[in-house]
Design a protein around this ligand. Structure first.
Ligand code: BDR
Ligand code: CA
Length: 325
């Protein structure tokens, strides 16, 4: 199995991603780091522990990380994710899962170092503002030896969601996103951006959510179905998206994702565009594309298309216990 580490702001769709990473047999979930984003970090930790306990994975270390962005004022997204940050299910808190005493950045450092020593580097999957990851790569650059690639949910080549320009995770901490990309380029870590151009494609309709809920027993299938019901009702429309879980699907089934390797910059100024991921899709082969700063130095595999039905099925089958290695 592929060793993976998730960084989350759980979060309805972060919960969906955690369930998949915890249960899919082709993944070895090594650790989860928490960061403030959709909800304050203490809520994120509580939600994350509940999800892992529900998945029967209290063996996975969970640590509390940055409570605020490097520079920005924190904003949460309770209007999307509920007052408790995870669908207001009323399931209470985990009873057996406990939080690791280390800071999330220390947990990430230790897991990456161990992975490097074992010769089994991890795939790092940030699904939240990149604060913890920026701090990790700047404070402990040697951790990069234990990271085979970064597959992050964030950004958009096209329109944003937090603003017309910016996707929430990058909008929330633009400096952290810029530092992460810069450090990854410096340290030779390949990066895939699983952004809004694909994020909404893998969907779960009412009937599929009902099938999950019907399993009952407060297990992972029921949890996944209830999360999808909440999101569909909260946002309106015919279906919910598995959102962040799609980035985990991308680690399991890369063939269903269409990517292009493109220059990427993070907008750190801008009156209305701060936090935008500027994906340079111009044709540089001729004389027309011109940039006074030259081509952006950081190149990222940007997801531009996905087989949404395949990822949705992968997620549902895993929760229903039909996962394949
Ligand atoms: C991202 O922001 C959060 O609302 C979701 O969990 C996802 O990571 C989408 O912009
Ligand atoms: Ca998230």
């Amino acid at each position: 199995p592929t060793p993976v580490v998730l960084d989350v702001d759980t979060g309805v769709d972060d919960a969906c991603a955690l369930l998949l990473a915890a249960l899919h047999p082709s993944l070895d979930l090594r650790a989860v780091s928490c960061v403030g984003g959709n909800a304050p970090v203490d809520d994120v930790v509580r939600n994350t522990l509940l999800v892992l306990e529900t998945a029967g994975r209290t063996d996975v270390p969970v640590a509390r990380g940055a409570e605020r962005p490097l520079l920005e004022t924190p904003v949460d997204a309770r209007h999307v994710h509920g007052d408790d940050g995870m669908a207001d299910l009323g399931w209470g808190a985990a009873t057996t899962a406990t939080v690791d005493p280390r800071h999330a950045v220390e947990l990430l450092r230790d897991v990456c170092r161990e992975a490097a020593e074992a010769g089994r580097p991890v795939t790092l999957v940030p699904l939240a503002p990149l604060t913890n990851i920026a701090l990790l790569l700047r404070t402990h650059p040697d951790a990069a030896r234990g990271i085979s690639e970064i597959v992050f949910m964030g950004g958009a080549a096209n329109v944003g969601n937090a603003t017309a320009s910016a996707e929430f995770n990058v909008f929330h901490d633009p400096e952290a996103a810029a530092i992460t990309l810069d450090a990854a380029a410096d340290l030779g870590i390949p990066v895939t951006m699983y952004g809004l151009d694909v994020f909404y494609e893998p969907v779960v309709d009412r009937a599929a959510a009902a099938e999950l809920v019907a399993v009952g027993g407060r297990g992972p299938a029921e949890l996944g179905g209830r999360l999808m019901d909440f999101q569909r009702e909260r946002l309106g429309g015919e279906h919910a998206t598995i959102g962040d879980a799609g980035a985990v699907c991308a680690v399991i089934d890369r063939a269903a994702l269409r990517t292009e390797t493109l220059p990427l910059r993070i907008e750190l100024a801008g009156s209305w565009s701060r936090g935008r991921t500027i994906v340079d899709r111009r044709d540089w082969s001729g004389a027309i594309a011109h940039d006074p700063h030259g081509e952006a130095p950081v190149r990222v595999d940007v997801a531009l298309g996905v087989d949404g039905e395949r990822y949705s099925r992968l997620w549902r089958d895993t929760l229903l216990g039909r996962g394949e290695r």
